[in-house]
Design a protein around this ligand. Sequence first.
Ligand SMILES: [Zn+2]
Length: 106
Amino acid sequence: MIARMRCVQCQTTLSASATVCPACLSKDAESFSLPSDGRLLSWTTIRRAPAGYPVVAPYDVVVVELAPGIRVTGRLVAESPPPTMGAHVKSVGHEDGCELFIVTTL
Ligand SMILES: [Zn+2]
């Protein structure tokens, strides 16, 4: 499962750095879990990593739909099969605040 934070008052999903809900300004937040697998919606291959980034390029940054309307950004692990549109992916953990995925079926 992938843990995220949401607003207790209006259920808006909050970014990791949010201290206040951007929709209702509430400071009450709670943790909730998302499914750990989904479909690959989009990706891009990074061939030159930013200075200081701890991952050796090339690597793939992905957008995954875990449930209808719930999307997360992450990275494919190095041993993943290559990404294809609509591929089934599974979360295998996170590293430095980045969700890590692997392609499980094409
Ligand atoms: Zn709110």
